[in-house]
Write a protein that binds this ligand. Structure first.
Ligand SMILES: Nc1ncnc2c1ncn2[C@@H]1O[C@H](COP(=O)(O)OP(=O)(O)OP(=O)(O)O)[C@@H](O)[C@H]1O
Ligand SMILES: [Mg+2]
Length: 703
């Protein structure tokens, strides 16, 4: 080898060595660089992992592939962080294909993410993951390069927020709906108030209108000639009409003082324009109870009042016609009965006259008794009528009802006959009652006779007494004052009474019995007597079951006196020529009868036809032992006034009043001083004589 060749070789070796060293150095640098890159990569990977695993949002990378629905029509989850499950509600998604995972909604998701993959434009959107009912907020971007066919998705569950939003919206909607409804209601109310024909007004405490509806304003204008509006002052508007102003102030002041009340009053000119209003006043307060003013609702009730008035008039007319019918029936009944009796009397008197003319005096007796019989029946008839009219002269005494009933038992038994069993049940400790005993006996007998007539085939009759305490209710039912009563009830097991018979049973002349058997006066008399005595009669009856008639008589708060009722002692008639009697009566026939009868006994009789004439005689020094006077007298002075006037000069004057009926009150309903007595018309001469003799015999003092 020549030196040149070596030299060249050495040079080339050196170059190679240099090259080698350079390469070595370069290689070392590359290695270092690679190591560096690798470590950086590992760092970044680490950071990414940490981030990936620890972020709160869900994160995943999906990768598209060609599925059965076409190219890139499905994707698979290649990565997903732990938060994925928490937000989406689906676990272990890595490796899951969307079309398998959520087949019903996969198309939508594929379309959205496919768009990102195709265009590279990131999207942000909200969407419900229907499968788990999660509302998600999502961001998606393409992982470059596009050839990787990957899309990264970052998302979070916003379901609670969505729900809150929805609730808020609903709340808003309902609030809005409520406001709309409230406004509509207010408008309706306002329309109603405005449209109603009721008059509505509201005023503040200073009488200033806070509100007034059209009807009220127009009515105000019609009455007072002024059209009011909100803000006007009522009292100021009526300054020129002080009368109306004061009336309005009075009414509204009450309401403004807190009173709620209703008033009916008339306004406007009397006659055509006058109308009546029902006004309801009330005070108006705010939520805290502070007084804001007062309001009034009023209605025109003119027609209603007129209607009521018409109704009242119609009822009155009906009552009047019923009364006339009853009066007609009563008058007819009386006329019928009296005609019969008068026929008996007149006929007998005529025949009497004929026979006397013929000198056939032996035959006159029967006519006299026939006339007397008819006259007695007429007297009994008027007595019953008076009893019904509650104007008979009563002699009430404290009475033991038990004793009265037991005293009647035998008579009742004989009256009803053997077919009917009579039972008397008397209450122990029975209260006394203040009653005319003989009238009560009469009433009891009437009830027993009615009971007998209702039991033609026999039956049982019970007479019962009891103490009764009637409270407000019980008394109201029986048209009595509450308090203590004694009852006397008569019960039979007879035919009973239909309701329409019960209703009319107390009417005079009402009878269901055949002509000639009943006068229809029995119960009317019982009723009148008991009512006059402060009591009541009640009928409890059912057809086919029998009847109970109950008399309620007021309790007497004193002791029963043992004084026997009106002892009928026969008085011997002696000539009384040394006694003088003044007879005052306006009816000449009665005066004549009295005079004849008294002179027959032997008295001296002076007659006067009216009060003043009688008084003249009494004020003279004429000796008078007894004054017999009618109560009802002409000449401006009744019998009572005559007696009182006479007694100023003759204090011990004995007086016998003779009375028809209406004068009971004048002579104190039987409550008279002992030297004043009453005799009821009609009377028989014998009764008159015995009474006068009794009075004259008592005491000798002459006037
Ligand atoms: N106990 C009773 N049971 C059934 N009906 C009775 C009873 N008491 C009264 N009535 C009915 O009431 C009517 C009127 O009775 P009221 O005593 O007034 O008259 P009367 O008995 O018919 O006649 P009068 O009593 O005048 O002879 C009777 O006709 C009878 O229809
Ligand atoms: Mg009867």
């Amino acid at each position: 080898m020549d030196s040149i060749e070596l030299e060249d070789l050495q040079r080339r070796l050196k170059a190679l060595e240099e090259e080698n060293a350079r390469l070595k150095a370069a290689g070392a640098a590359v290695l270092t660089e690679r190591r560096k890159v690798e470590s950086a990569l590992a760092d970044s990977e680490e950071r990414y992992r940490t981030l990936f695993n620890s972020i709160d949002e869900g994160f995943c990378i999906i990768e598209f592939f060609d599925g059965p629905h076409g190219p890139l029509s499905d994707y698979v989850h290649v990565e997903a962080n732990p938060a994925y499950t928490q937000h989406a509600g689906i676990a272990n998604v890595v490796g899951q294909k969307v079309r398998e995972m959520v087949p019903d909604e996969a198309g939508g998701w594929v379309e959205l993410y496919g768009g990102v993959l195709r265009t590279g434009v990131p999207i942000r959107f909200e969407r419900e993951l229907v499968a788990t009912s999660r509302h998600l907020e999502l961001a998606a971007f393409r992982v470059e390069p596009a050839s990787r066919k990957q899309v990264a998705v970052l998302f979070q569950d916003i379901t609670p927020r969505k729900r809150a939003e929805r609730e808020l919206q609903q709340l808003n909607e309902t609030l809005e709906a409520r406001v709309v409804a409230a406004l509509a209601e207010r408008k309706l109310m306002a329309d109603l108030v405005e449209g109603t024909d009721a008059f509505v007004q509201v005023v503040d405490p200073d009488f200033r209108w806070l509100a007034v509806n059209g009807a009220a304003a127009r009515e105000f204008h019609r009455i007072y000639g002024i059209l009011p509006k909100v803000g006007d002052n009522m009292l100021e508007l009526l300054e020129d009409q002080p009368e109306h102003r004061d009336a309005i102030r009075t009414a509204w002041s009450r309401a403004l003082a807190g009173e709620a009340f209703v008033e009916i009053a008339g306004f406007g000119e009397p006659g055509r324009a006058r109308r009546f209003y029902e006004m309801r006043f009330n005070c108006l307060r705010d939520g805290e109870g502070r007084l804001l003013g007062a309001y009034q609702f009023s209605y025109d009730v003119t027609e209603r009042l007129k209607e009521q008035e018409r109704l009242r008039e119609a009822e009155e007319a009906l009552r009047q016609s019923q009364k006339m019918e009853a009066v007609g029936q009563l008058t007819g009944g009386i006329a019928h009965d009296f005609n019969n009796l008068l026929t008996g009397i007149i006929g007998s008197l005529e025949l009497l006259q004929t026979r006397i003319g013929q000198g056939r005096v032996k035959e006159i007796d029967r006519y006299v008794s026939a006339a007397q019989g008819a006259a007695k029946r007429a007297a009994a008839l008027t007595h019953r009528l008076l009893a019904f009219s509650r104007r008979q002269t009563l002699d009430p005494r404290p009475t033991d009802l038990n004793r009265l009933v037991m005293g009647m038992e035998e008579l009742v038994r004989r009256t009803v006959g053997p077919e009917i069993a009579v039972e008397v049940v008397t209450a122990g400790g029975l209260w006394p009652t203040l009653i005319d005993a003989s009238q009560l006996e009469n009433a009891l007998l009437n009830l027993c006779i009615n009971a007998r007539d209702a039991m033609p085939g026999g039956g049982r009759l019970t007479i019962e007494t009891a103490n009764r305490w009637l409270d407000e209710h019980g008394a109201g039912e029986r048209d009595l004052d509450p308090g203590q009563y004694v009852s006397l009830c008569v019960t039979d097991t007879g035919t009973g009474m239909a309701p329409e018979v019960v209703e009319r049973a107390f009417e005079p002349f009402f009878t269901t019995k055949p002509i000639g058997q009943g006068t229809g006066l029995g119960l009317s008399m019982v009723y009148g007597f008991v009512r006059q005595s402060g009591g009541q009669v009640r009928i409890y009856s059912e057809v086919g079951q029998g009847t109970t008639m109950c008399l309620y008589l007021p309790r007497h708060y004193g002791k029963e006196t043992d004084r026997p009722a009106a002892l009928a002692t026969k008085t011997a008639m002696h000539p009384q020529a040394d006694h003088t009697i003044l007879v005052v009566d306006d009816e000449p026939s009665i005066r004549m009868l009295l005079t004849d009868a008294l002179e027959e006994i032997g008295f001296n009789v002076i007659e006067a036809h009216d009060g003043p004439t009688g008084l003249n005689i009494l004020q003279s020094d004429q000796v008078i032992d007894l004054l017999v006077t009618d109560v009802g007298l002409p000449g401006g002075m009744n019998g009572r006034q005559l007696a009182d006037a006479a007694r100023t000069t003759r204090p011990a004057l004995k007086v016998l009043f003779i009375t028809g009926y209406a004068e009971n009150a004048i002579i104190g309903n039987g409550q008279l001083a002992p030297d004043m007595q009453v005799l009821t018309k009609p009377f028989v001469v014998e009764a008159l004589a015995s009474r006068i003799l009794d009075m004259i015999k008592d005491g000798t003092g002459r006037n």
